[in-house]
Write a protein that binds this ligand. Structure first.
Ligand code: PXP
Length: 250
């Protein structure tokens, strides 16, 4: 079973900073704290409207960060230029609509194969590990393979937002998709909306290699600090992984 990595998304440190237009709180400082607390990577989404992370943040993360940076980006020429200039460790292609509050759905890879393929190959040629943020849907997984993506990140938002039996059903979709990803030779990540309550069952899926978590950790940091929130999340992930015994494989 692969070791489960934690990527800490620092976007919403920048959201709070931008509410007042000054330098505080600094997302790069949060990234350093996340590294000390046991994060394996830092994730940041440079949105077209720059509502949280800024171009300068990306530049500073590139200079200061000791951990791998995962740049979440829309498949646009502007973002491709920025990624190729900074060559982060990884890039995660996400759909983006100006009016959405957060990334609402996964990429429609099977519909947009021809548009997405050149982005995957240009990023890969630059040595950047490319992932595609998709719904846990076999059709999307197969399309990801067709366009040469080595990694997918399964959207856990619908699972996190559902309750009771509906949540169990969403979890089952993710378990099955992770198994299909493995069969197809894709590295499998998961993220969006994860919390202390919802991360454990995802961490139990043996072939999920990485979780990317942001909003909940930054929210929890208000009450107990970022260090403590990340350490607690790591402990939940480690416990879930130790408990699995393969129980969550499809
Ligand atoms: N993964 C992807 C692809 C995302 O777009 C986001 C949100 O930026 C996350 C993970 C993290 O989601 P959350 O902030 O809800 O933990």
């Amino acid at each position: 079973m692969s070791r489960l990595r934690l990527g800490v998304n620092i976007d919403h440190v920048a959201t709070i900073r931008n509410a007042r237009g000054g330098p505080h709180p600094d997302p790069v400082r949060a990234a350093r704290m996340a590294a000390d607390a046991g994060a394996d990577g830092i994730t940041a989404h440079l949105r077209e409207d720059r509502r949280h992370i800024s171009d300068v943040d990306i530049e500073r993360l590139g200079q200061d960060l000791t951990l791998p940076l995962n740049l979440e980006m829309a498949a646009t020429d502007e973002m491709l230029d920025i990624a190729l200039r900074h060559t982060p460790h990884a890039a995660c292609l996400v759909p983006e609509r100006r009016e959405e509050r957060t990334t609402e759905g996964g990429l429609e890879v099977h519909r947009a194969q021809n548009e997405l393929r050149p982005f995957v190959s240009r990023l890969k040629d630059a040595g950047i590990r490319v992932s595609l943020f998709i719904a846990p849907d076999p059709q999307q997984l197969e399309a990801a393979v067709r366009i040469g993506a080595p990694v997918v990140e399964l959207h856990t938002g619908p699972y996190c937002h559902a309750e009771g039996a509906a949540r169990d059903e969403e979890l089952e979709r993710i378990v099955k998709a992770a198994a299909v990803a493995q069969d197809l030779g894709l590295e499998c990540h998961a993220g969006h909306g994860l919390s202390f309550e919802t991360a454990g069952p995802i961490a139990q899926i043996p072939n999920v290699a990485e979780l990317n978590i942001g909003h909940f950790l930054v929210g929890e940091a208000i009450f107990g600090g970022l260090d403590s929130a990340i350490k607690r999340m790591r402990a939940i992930m480690a416990r879930a992984r130790a408990d699995t015994g393969g129980a969550r494989s499809a």
